[in-house]
Design a protein around this ligand. Structure first.
Ligand SMILES: NC(=O)C1=CN([C@@H]2O[C@H](COP(=O)(O)OP(=O)(O)OC[C@H]3O[C@@H](n4cnc5c(N)ncnc54)[C@H](OP(=O)(O)O)[C@@H]3O)[C@@H](O)[C@H]2O)[C@@H](O)CC1
Ligand SMILES: Nc1ncnc2c1ncn2[C@@H]1O[C@H](COP(=O)(O)OP(=O)(O)O)[C@@H](O)[C@H]1O
Ligand SMILES: [Mg+2]
Length: 422
């Protein structure tokens, strides 16, 4: 077993000084809502505040990073009925390979002292599947056929951007969908028929333009009929008819839907169209897209990721996937923070792959919130396996697709493919 300790001492008058000058800012920056409640129960005692502050410092030292890579609010301290401190950490901190944290806090009038002991998993490189995701995927029934694994429709693409829709479609197929239909503007039919093999190409009327126009609506709605899930947006471009099309699709189809990329940009022009939805909607913005949706700066979104993900989920009753390092998935008041993935995924097309995975899992019958959480985890894990083989610099979005199989296999068996050979 691998263990590490951290110790910290804080002068209470230093904390009192900060509290005098900027009490609310300090408390909200350092402590979680539950901790602030506890502090109030303790009559705002500066010794209690100093003790909790010191504890977070000790824990970050024991983890080996200090405060920085781990932030104050990644760590929550509560108390059992005897007053013993209990440490809870989020998925981001767990991803350092931590299995247990013990903590002791003490104070006198003038000083607060804390001591933390962190236990790491014996294999730091071990993949820790989050408990809440275990069991969401089950083995395929030997008697099943392709009709049992969902029919999905992936809508997108425009002249010059056939790559993204290809990646989403292939990712759906690799995630286990029985049938994948890829719908593009008619102009792209030949090129898409060459690029795709297992997927079925469907076309929408485009009057030779090479992008989606209003007149495509009928083709889209006809193709959506009888599907188990659909995705819309990758590679559509920023054409004005996208807004009309999205509004009409939301209003007129009861198929669960994933909205990504350019249809998120369209959505930002009239976000209230979400109120007309007939079934579940998952949105998958990167911080730039989220900033456009909420008319905020990217910096504002990035400094309050959980807040804004929850805000938009609650306001429109949708599942939100706010992408980036430690992607956040939220629905109503529930939040999942992902711990798989790596910066090798910060490349064109990675998000298109995620869209395909989410859509596939919804099509296979998972609840959209579960599908989004599991998809984000599989996507990151496939990215991690791609990194093992190609490295962070060289891996590309197609390599993530190539490793979806290994990621799913790992979820089902807890083994990597290569370990079968050992
Ligand atoms: N092969 C193909 O066919 C491919 C086609 N694709 C298609 O391209 C289309 C445009 O999509 P897109 O996401 O590239 O452009 P867009 O919405 O303008 O976003 C860029 C803006 O957002 C910001 N930003 C982004 N990420 C951020 C982050 N993590 N954190 C913070 N900021 C972040 C970024 O900021 P900046 O670069 O200024 O830092 C910039 O302002 C779409 O149809 C898509 O499907 C792609 O899928 C690739 C493969
Ligand atoms: N540093 C990172 N660590 C982990 N995952 C990342 C990182 N950067 C990007 N990603 C993932 O890559 C994907 C990028 O999505 P997006 O920006 O929509 O790409 P694209 O539109 O080019 O396909 C998201 O799933 C995001 O979480
Ligand atoms: Mg994208």
């Amino acid at each position: 077993m691998n263990m590490s300790v951290g110790i910290d001492i804080v002068r209470v008058d230093r904390i009192e000084n900060i509290l005098d000058k900027k009490r609310n800012l300090f408390l909200s920056k350092i402590f979680t809502i539950n901790e602030i409640k506890y502090i109030k129960e303790k009559n705002n005692s500066p010794q209690t505040i100093a003790g909790l502050f010191s504890a977070k410092e000790s824990i970050s030292k024991a983890i080996g990073t200090g405060i920085g890579k781990v932030s104050f609010k990644d760590i929550e301290i509560s108390h059992d009925r005897f007053g013993k401190p209990i440490v809870t950490i989020n998925e981001k901190v767990k991803s350092f390979g931590i299995s247990k944290i013990d903590l002791a806090i003490t104070h006198e009038k003038e000083y607060a002292v804390s001591f933390a002991e962190v236990e790491f998993n014996s294999n730091k490189n071990a993949v820790n599947i989050p408990e809440e995701l275990k069991g969401l995927l089950t083995k395929r029934n030997p008697d099943s056929h392709k009709g049992d694994y969902g029919k999905v429709l992936i809508i997108g693409g425009s002249r010059g951007m056939t790559g993204s829709i290809t990646l989403s479609s292939k990712a759906s197929m690799r995630t286990g969908s029985g049938l994948v239909y890829t719908m593009v503007p008619e102009y792209l039919e030949t090129i898409m028929s060459i690029k795709l093999t297992e997927e079925i190409v469907k076309i929408a009327k485009d009057n030779g333009k090479g992008y989606f126009i209003k007149e495509a609506l009928e083709d889209i709605l006809n193709n959506a009929k009888g599907k188990d899930a659909l995705a819309i947006g990758p590679g559509m471009g920023t054409y004005k008819d996208n807004i009309y099309l999205l509004g009409e699709i939301i209003k007129n189809t009861n198929v669960p839907m994933v909205i990504d990329a350019d249809e998120l940009n369209a959505l930002s022009k009239d976000i209230d169209m979400l109120k007309n939805k007939k079934n579940s909607i998952v949105i998958t913005p990167h911080p730039g897209e989220m900033a456009r949706l909420l008319d905020k700066s990217i910096k504002e979104i990035e400094s309050n990721r959980i807040y804004y993900a929850k805000y938009i989920s609650n306001k429109y009753d949708i599942v939100t996937v706010l992408k980036g390092n430690n992607t956040i998935v939220s629905y109503k008041d529930q939040v999942y923070i992902n711990n798989s993935g790596n910066p090798g995924m910060a490349k064109a097309g990675s998000g298109d792959v995620l869209t395909g995975i989410i859509t596939s899992l919804i099509g296979q019958g998972l609840e959209p919130f579960n599908a989004a959480k599991l998809a984000v985890y599989i996507h990151g894990l496939a990215g991690d396996f791609a990194k093992d083989k190609k490295g962070e610099y060289s891996m590309v979005a197609s390599d993530i697709i190539e490793n979806i199989g290994e990621a799913i296999n790992f979820l089902l068996t807890n083994k990597k493919f290569s370990s079968k050979l050992n």
